[in-house]
Design a protein around this ligand. Sequence first.
Ligand code: SF4
Length: 377
Amino acid sequence: MFNRLYVHIPFCIKKCGYCAFVSGVPVENELEEYHELLISELDNHQLISEPLDSIYFGGGTPSLLKARQLSVLLNKIRYRMPFSENIEITLEANPCTINGVYLSAVRDAGINRISLGIQSFDDLFLTALGRIHTSEQSKRAFRDIRAAGFNNVSIDLMHSLPGETLEQWRSELLYATDLYPEHISVYGLTIEGNTPFALKYPNGSSQLIDEDLSADMFELADEILTGAGFEHYEIANYARPGYRSDHNSGYWKRDGYLGLGVAAHSFLRDGYGLRFSNPYTLEEYRSMTRSGKPTRLDEYSLTRQDAMSEYLYLGLRLSDGVKGSGFESEFGSSIDSIYETTVPDLGKLGLLSRDADTVRLTLKGMLLSNQVFSRFL
Ligand code: SF4
């Protein structure tokens, strides 16, 4: 039914100006209480999992949890669900919330991958984004992570920042390759509703940066990072060989996952798939958890058509593309019989390429992926 677990930690020291994630600044004892609620939620579930291939602590800022709290949670999870031998356990961290002692302790607790939210190496951009850390703190955090023995580290970088030039973005990429993490996620800044940035830039992302320049930044990331030995294995993700994010790859391959915590989503491999969500506010989550029963909001059983669309628009995110034989064995029909004209049309536009059995996005298709995916809905 599921082989992956996501744990959402909805707390941050300060809210960043562009952030639309479910997170807020914790009030007194809220983190301790939340930790207990997660354990109760785990107890409330009667689901039986396959051996877990990955666990991901995301947020928010999961590195606000104490190492002892992570250890208790992981022990509790292991008690309820078997771990596969090579399980990947990721902790997202904000550079100014970690130090050597903390990192050694979380490694002892079982965390074996860190995802560090660097975003930029330029303090002026960090301030403009409302981030609480400096570039120097990011570099120190990265050194501390290595010194604590982590050999699987991801960093997040953002481009298309207000007023950013292509040369500034080139410097950011070169800093990143100098650090030489195992994995780099690269996102363009977008303006989301209900954020301070949405008020500041009412005309949306186009007000931040020219669309063509943003496309150039996407292409420059591909050029520099692949040139430095990273594989561009997903639209926004690059990895050194053997270091793709196993957890996120599971999402794109439609593996089942259970989400714990406020606003966490779940996907169970039941029929064509079952999706549901936890409550979106801490108050509702608290009351759900204390009731002793898991609440499934927005529960939805996918139809065959939904599942076929998902299979394509999630699978195409990966540079491996989608195999026609895999699609056929899953759904009993060929891609061509279902999407008769779509694949050839997108091929003519230079957005999809095709070899014997595989359909994949071109670099242009990755850049215009939303346009491609809308054709499979
Ligand atoms: S640290 Fe991340 S989750 Fe927290 S407010 Fe900033 S962008 Fe949002």
